[in-house]
Design a protein around this ligand. Structure first.
Ligand code: GLA
Length: 411
């Protein structure tokens, strides 16, 4: 196609997409929660050597069992999500995607049945491109409709559509196309787009108005890994670019800073709190990528903290912002429903001991209310102070850690 014609075609397509109704599938009104295989289990496909840890239906069944048995499901962790490396290397004779037959002998539909029987939901992974990031079957522009129908036939509840091995033009056509194809199946499928992350995540290259009309959640930035360096890099990036990102989020549409690493090997208890606190302030999807069969009691207690989950899942759905930053310290604030707030004091120092802070309401733009505010320490699980415009609350924060407050008006 002549280049000018191609540009004209894409603009026409995007105009038409823009004129259609936005994605209003009624899903993910609060940030979705669950478990996903990728960071912990990667592309482990050798089930002889790693029978319990390879990407197979056995692994997903085991995690579904644990989500129910250990109370995760009751707290809202309801998605069991397959990531890369699940497919066979070729499509079937009808051109449909198919799972690796040895690792998924019941097929994805069989696995979905099992997961649904447990009262959970199943997520799957695809990639808009000639192959996935791990080299497995991709979704081409010509197969978007067929693949959406296949996922719906399998009774899948969520799709993460990655963007390796495609170019910007293909993504600008393919991501909207998949959104409409999923809607056309009539099955409610949460749509997670990695599109912004492949376009550097920022305005004007990323049109977040369009993205939030097409997708329920989207990756904006680099992959997380099991290290404090990566967690803090993501926190800094989200703070530095919050003017672009914050307005895009709301009920049914969420920025996704990537998986929760809590329960793995790289973060200590303090750093784990910091990841969880900032993710909750960001109204981030809560997808753990850990091993629920061997997770420590300490990590489990953090991930199952009810007040933390309450903050993340707040009904107002407003993403929080960083309101202060210096070399060793960041203050994050999220406005919650019913006049409530969450505040995270993040000590980013690389040396020294705990640092002292004091919390008072007026400088934070929190108006006094007739009977003041109760202040709860989320991780200590206790009421620590009562504040009105005359009081302050003093406390300490460990280095590479956070204190997360939940502030509730008494009036
Ligand atoms: C990309 C994504 C990751 C994961 C891998 C799978 O890197 O960002 O989250 O899905 O691909 O190969």
């Amino acid at each position: 196609m002549h280049c000018g014609t191609l540009v004209l075609f894409i603009s026409l397509y995007l105009t038409l997409v823009g004129l259609c109704e936005p994605l209003d599938n009624g899903l993910a009104r609060t940030p979705p929660m669950g478990w996903i295989a990728w960071e912990r289990f990667k592309c482990t496909t050798d089930c002889k050597l790693y029978p319990d840890n390879c990407i197979s239906e056995r692994l997903f069944r085991a995690m579904a069992d644990k989500l129910v048995e250990d109370g995760w499901k009751d707290l809202g962790y309801q998605y069991v999500n397959i990531d890369d490396c699940w497919s066979a290397m070729v499509r079937d004779i009808n051109g449909k995607l198919q799972p690796d037959p040895d690792r998924f002998p019941s097929g994805i539909k069989g696995l979905a049945e099992y997961v649904h029987f447990k009262g959970l939901k199943l997520g799957i992974y695809g990639d808009l491109g000639h192959s996935t990031c791990g080299g497995y079957l991709g979704t081409l522009l010509e197969t978007v409709d067929l693949d959406a129908r296949t996922f719906a036939e399998w009774e899948v509840d969520m799709l993460k559509l990655d963007g390796c091995n495609s170019n910007s033009t293909e993504r600008s056509i393919g991501y909207p196309k998949m959104s409409y194809a999923l809607n056309a199946t009539g099955r409610p499928i949460v749509y997670s787009c990695s599109w912004p992350a492949y376009e550097d995540g920022l305005l004007p290259k990323v049109n977040y108005t369009l993205v939030s009309q097409l997708c329920n959640l989207w990756r904006n930035y680099d992959d997380i890994n099991d290290s404090w360096n990566k967690v803090i890099a993501i926190i800094n990036w989200f703070g530095d670019h919050q003017e672009d990102l914050q307005p895009a989020a709301g009920p049914g549409r969420w920025n996704d800073p990537d998986m929760l690493m809590v329960g793995n090997f790289g973060l200590n208890q303090d750093q784990s709190k910091a990841q969880l606190a900032i993710w909750a302030i960001l109204a981030a999807p809560f997808f753990m990528s850990n091993d629920l069969r061997t997770i420590s009691d300490d990590a489990k207690a953090l991930l199952q903290n009810k007040l933390l989950i309450y903050i993340d899942q707040d009904k107002l759905g407003q993403q929080g912002v960083r309101i202060k930053k210096d070399e060793d310290f960041q203050l994050w604030k999220r406005k919650l429903a019913h006049g409530q707030f969450a505040l995270a004091y993040l000590n980013t120092a690389e040396r020294g001991g705990a640092k002292s802070f004091s919390l008072s309401l007026p400088p934070l733009g929190i108006k006094d209310c007739a009977h003041g505010y109760n202040v709860y320490d989320v991780f200590d699980k206790k009421l620590v102070s009562f504040l009105n415009s005359n009081h302050t609350h003093s406390f300490r924060v460990n280095p590479r850690s956070v204190v997360l407050f939940f502030i509730r008006p008494v009036c």
